[in-house]
Design a protein around this ligand. Sequence first.
Ligand SMILES: NC(=O)c1ccc[n+]([C@@H]2O[C@H](COP(=O)([O-])OP(=O)(O)OC[C@H]3O[C@@H](n4cnc5c(N)ncnc54)[C@H](OP(=O)(O)O)[C@@H]3O)[C@@H](O)[C@H]2O)c1
Length: 267
Amino acid sequence: MSDGNADSRTRLALVTGASSGIGQAFALRLGADGYNLVVVGRRRDRLEELVAALPDIEVHPLVADLGTDAGVEVVAEVCERQSLTMLVNNAGVAHYMPFTALPARKASELLHVKVVAPTMLARAAAAGMAARGGGTIINVSGMLAFGAPAPLGKAPGRAVYVATLAHIVALSQALHEELKAQGLQVQALCPGIVATEFHERQGMDLSAVPRMSAADVVTASLQALALGEVVCAPGVERSDLLDAVFQADLAAFGAQGPHLAKRYLTS
Ligand SMILES: NC(=O)c1ccc[n+]([C@@H]2O[C@H](COP(=O)([O-])OP(=O)(O)OC[C@H]3O[C@@H](n4cnc5c(N)ncnc54)[C@H](OP(=O)(O)O)[C@@H]3O)[C@@H](O)[C@H]2O)c1
């Protein structure tokens, strides 16, 4: 990789979780669009496959475990040093499990991959993007960000995973407001169920469930950038439903006051 002083015409994207699924689809699409790439994951062989699949651009594999502080620091350093045009915070695991059975090690890994990593990588990339007059940060969340109050039913335990997705939506919305004047575009990407290795790697077989393709998720994300959407929900036909959620959030936020609400008065 260069020292970060890239030719201003060269577009460079860093994609985490590029070794499979949605991240791999982002890498292939952005590569076909002429971006040079830094592709991050733990499976080096999968990252090397991207190098072979995209001979016309520069593809730099970066093996790092985003479940650890050390791994996040290595990738954050690259985000800070390189002149990124786009950062795609996509890596993820779910560790679906009842909350009380979730081992601390798995909870910590999940929080690192889905909260610490996207937050710290966005932090590392944003200042340089602002200094260069712009950039794009796509943070992959999921529709479950809006599903926290849903009854458990037959769904597996998912409290920590759902909370990480909500973090990503809130982070992206707040960053959008904070950085738009400096030319940054920030998106929370919220797919529903996607046909990737995600569930299968956790021992779940969703092959009989209708699923969106990873390529369609990427198409939606890039189109949403053109539309100026901050929250992109590829499978939601009625975008007004999402607008209503965010308007209700702001209405509740704005309705607070310094006095105890009447329903909490004890006498
Ligand atoms: N599939 C769905 O139904 C669905 C729905 C909503 C949201 N999402 C979100 O979409 C994103 C991508 O998931 P996917 O569906 O494409 O699943 P996937 O095929 O399993 O891909 C997950 C990617 O994350 C990487 N990753 C996982 N743990 C990592 C770690 N500790 N360090 C570095 N990289 C790590 C994996 O790479 P290595 O294993 O090589 O490290 C892999 O490239 C996730 O953030 C997920 O939350 C998925």
